[in-house]
Write a new protein. Structure first.
Length: 133
């Protein structure tokens, strides 16, 4: 017997709303079976949802996650999927490293400016040496 999941099962397991799951379905990323109004998600849908959410945590857009996931069934299969994922991870890592450098520079500038402000404040509080008028 194949394992199946309801929308509430998946929502609870992955801490997302049913609306989120329906959105991924509308985007063509999940393909549940239907029993009347009830959606029945397969193990494959569950894995796909896990991959979508992991991609989101890694900073991938939904289109990027879809591109990676879709490669699993492509002729290049899992190996192609993994190569693409590694390329995209390297790109994301490069962007994050750049943001980190920018943040470190901004923090260093703030620290320098704060030190200059503290120095000037100390001058003013210690007799007003060099007060501006």
């Amino acid at each position: 017997m194949t394992q199946s999941f309801s929308i509430s099962d998946l929502a609870r397991e992955f801490d997302v709303t049913p609306r989120t799951i329906r959105y991924y379905e509308a985007e063509g990323m999940l393909e549940p079976l239907r029993q009347g109004q009830r959606r029945i998600y397969s193990l494959r849908d569950r894995v796909t949802l896990a991959l979508i959410l992991r991609g989101k945590r890694l900073g991938f857009s939904l289109a990027e996650a879809k591109e990676i996931i879709d490669l699993y069934d492509a002729p290049q299969g899992e190996a192609g999927q993994l190569r693409l994922l590694l390329d995209k991870l390297a790109d994301k890592r490069g962007l994050l490293e750049e943001k980190r450098r920018d943040a470190e520079n901004a923090l260093a500038n703030m620290d320098d400016y704060a030190a200059r402000c503290r120095g000037r404040l100390a001058e003013l509080e210690n007799g007003g040496a060099g007060q501006r008028t």
